[in-house]
Design a protein around this ligand. Structure first.
Ligand code: BTN
Length: 187
């Protein structure tokens, strides 16, 4: 059953329980215009019905909220990348993933500490996408401190607390550089 169908069924159940709480029964197509309605029950329960209707509406909202929370967490799990999370690679560079959405798009910061490269020791914006264990992320090496006129794209796989990647560094005035990085999740 698709999520939208489940929501519809959930809503239908809530409507049904609201009717029964007020002493009304759901009218079917077999009910004629003169079908008796349980007025006495409805009037007798009027005061109590009001508060119980609010209670049921609140429960419905809570259930819907919980449902969305579960769906969001299942999606995050499918992406395989926890957020927030903190990673370091074998060159000592740091990567912070601050947030990820249900589509797997994430943002964070990258601090380059790799020997032999420029743009070191200050944070650069990072953005990327993770889905079903695959990951792609990009850093454009420009911030308020330095502009290296270059960009790195990493592509790879998230395997539990490890991210295995291949990267390409491109920029003005040099041929693309390629390499591999392994990121280890930090506490
Ligand atoms: C530049 O030198 O133009 C910018 C810095 C590039 C740093 C590279 S990106 C791939 C490799 N992995 C790192 O953590 N740092 C280097």
């Amino acid at each position: 059953m698709r999520i939208s169908q489940q929501l519809q069924v959930g809503t239908a159940n809530c409507v049904e329980s609201r009717l029964s709480a007020t002493g009304e029964k759901a009218r079917s197509s077999l009910d004629g215009p003169l079908s008796p309605r349980p007025h006495a029950v409805s009037i007798g329960l009027h005061l109590g019905a009001h508060s119980s209707r609010e209670g049921i509406a609140m429960i419905c909202r809570l259930v819907a909220g919980l449902f969305l929370l579960v769906v969001a967490n299942v999606s995050a799990f499918a992406q395989g990348l926890p957020a927030p999370s903190y990673w370091k690679n074998q060159r000592g560079s740091e990567m912070k993933i601050s947030a990820i959405d249900v589509r797997g798009n994430f943002v964070g910061a990258y601090i380059n500490h790799a020997a032999g490269f420029q743009c070191q020791n200050t944070p650069y914006d990072l953005r990327g996408r993770a889905f079903r264990g695959h990951i792609v992320f990009v850093v454009v090496w420009t911030n308020s401190v330095a502009d290296c006129k270059s960009k790195t794209v990493w592509r790879g796989r998230v395997i539990g607390p490890t991210i295995l990647t291949r990267w390409v560094l491109t920029g003005a005035g040099f041929k693309p550089l390629r390499g591999t990085d392994i990121f280890y999740q930090q506490p």
